[in-house]
Ligand binder design. Sequence first.
Ligand code: ATP
Ligand code: MG
Length: 382
Amino acid sequence: MKVILLRYGEIFLKGNNRQFFESTLIKNIKHSLKEYQFDIKKIGGRYEISNYPEENEVDIVDKLTKIFGIHSLSIATKLESEEQLIIDAVKQLDLNNKTFKVETKRASKIFPIHSMEFNSLLGDVVLKNFQGAKVDIHNPQVTIKVDIRENGFTYISTNDIPCADGMPLGTAGKGLLLLSGGIDSPVAGYFMGRRGLEIEAIHFHSYPYTSELARQKVLSLVEKMKDYLVNINLHIISVTEIQETLNKNCDKDYMITLLRRMMMRISQKIAEREGAGALITGESLGQVASQTLQSINATNAVVNIPVFRPLIGFDKQDIMNVSRKIGTYEISILPYEDCCTVFLPKNPVTKPKIDRVLKEESKLDIEKLINNSLATEEILKL
Ligand code: ATP
Ligand code: MG
């Protein structure tokens, strides 16, 4: 019988509330594979998925690799621990012209042959049955794992498939992701989801200065992010009036700082209402004028919930690599304008001074601007 074995990552470190992490993981697995029939049970510190439709194995494995909390998986043949059955199963593998090694683990000492002996016996089987197969102990293309368990069953698998790691989604509470259409913020959401935070997203636009296509792009991003983050409620909010007001009344060089402070205030309000305990941004130190230490201080100063910036120490290239891996890159590089680029000043300040910021803001009715902006909110449950 074919089974899929799942090894989990960091959950094994958990003490008393491990049960909570494990049951959340199981719930997430069942949700992700809801279109398929299968059984799942825990056997000896890992999960075993059985009776699944083998014709859908590729899709099932693909979905499993995107569930946070799973470290790796392997597809295994499960059979009774009998020498001849194991040999026959090894003959079914695909090992022509491959370098390989055999790794037998014998938890059940009832099985009469010692691990080392069995390694070489099975090695001979491979060499006799597969053309061009060659032993390579140190760097084999295929590691044949023969796991002889105490329950009377043996599992034969080849290379492990790495999965998403992290903590099960939803075990760390909820965070509100400030999602632009750029490369960084989807990656930031991915990393915080990987630490178990359920992700809700907020996107600011300045329609009609920004287009319908820019909005569509954000919807596509969210759709893609759902591969990992499952359900994402998206709050879409207009900052058009804010930007027009800033443009009319304030020092142009301070536009971005002022706008970002407004975004943070609005985000905190939404986060509080939705029960999100943190904001998340895609900021990376020094990447642009609004992400210098002084700028981050200036925007951070208006909120009093934690702001997670998982990319703060990342280089752009590293962020792009993750973005490609999670599939958001191709969408992020579509050329539609973001609201931050509307009314873009020629010389945005890189070191905003807080007294200047306050002086500019004293020209505004901040509360009214925020409330008007909040009144434009659209909520999409994606
Ligand atoms: P990104 O690639 O995520 O767009 P960026 O390099 O363009 O980031 P900024 O424009 O300075 O950087 O934005 C920094 C962060 O502020 C973004 O990562 C995102 O979290 C948030 N942000 C920027 N614009 C918006 C927006 N229109 N709606 C929601 N959040 C935004
Ligand atoms: Mg951007």
